[in-house]
Design a protein around this ligand. Structure first.
Ligand code: ZN
Length: 173
């Protein structure tokens, strides 16, 4: 198991646009995927994108099992999303309280689409499409943003909900 350092907000790599992945079945890239999964799980993240560990490639992983950072969230299985795209299935916007491994101990509320279609390639090189709803849809949108250099804070219409984790749990949850 290899744990990678997660870059924090302010690191310029987090504002870069990641590049398309051409070579999926190389040892190096497969190792990157394993490291992303290990790091995501170790940090109790719902997802992680390669730029967050300083790798500017279009890949993210997401998974939700029992997670102390996200109590009461509906679980979803592990997705490895290479060269992902998102199609909006329902343009209803929902309020989303989000955190980010690159912005530790901070929560903020923003709007996300309620239902999306995640179109991506898996780690074996196979294309897949998955309809995602609710929290899974939110996580996919959050992670895709990382591939385009966008952090959740940039999408907040108002900073009034910007909260430290402890205050979020105390006053907003
Ligand atoms: Zn994030």
């Amino acid at each position: 198991m290899a744990l990678l350092d997660v870059l924090k907000m302010g690191n310029p790599l987090l504002r870069k646009t990641a590049i398309h992945v051409d070579e999926i079945r190389t040892n190096e890239f497969q190792q990157t995927i394993d490291d992303l999964i290990d790091t995501m799980r170790f940090q109790n993240g719902a997802g992680i994108a390669a730029p967050q560990v300083g790798i500017l490639k279009r890949v993210f992983t997401m998974e939700m099992e029992e997670n102390p950072r996200y109590p009461n969230k509906t679980p979803f299985p592990l997705y490895v999303a290479i060269n992902p795209e998102i199609e909006i299935l329902d343009d209803t916007l929902i309020n989303s309280w989000e955190g980010c491994l690159s912005i530790p101990n901070i929560r903020g509320q923003l709007k996300r689409y309620k239902r999306v279609l995640l179109k991506a390639t898996d780690r074996n090189g196979n294309h897949y499409e998955e309809k995602l709803d609710g929290f899974a849809a939110i996580v996919a949108q959050h992670e895709l943003d990382h591939l385009n250099g966008t952090l959740l804070i940039y999408r907040m219409e108002s900073m009034e909900t910007l909260s430290f984790q402890e205050e979020y749990e105390k006053y907003w949850l």
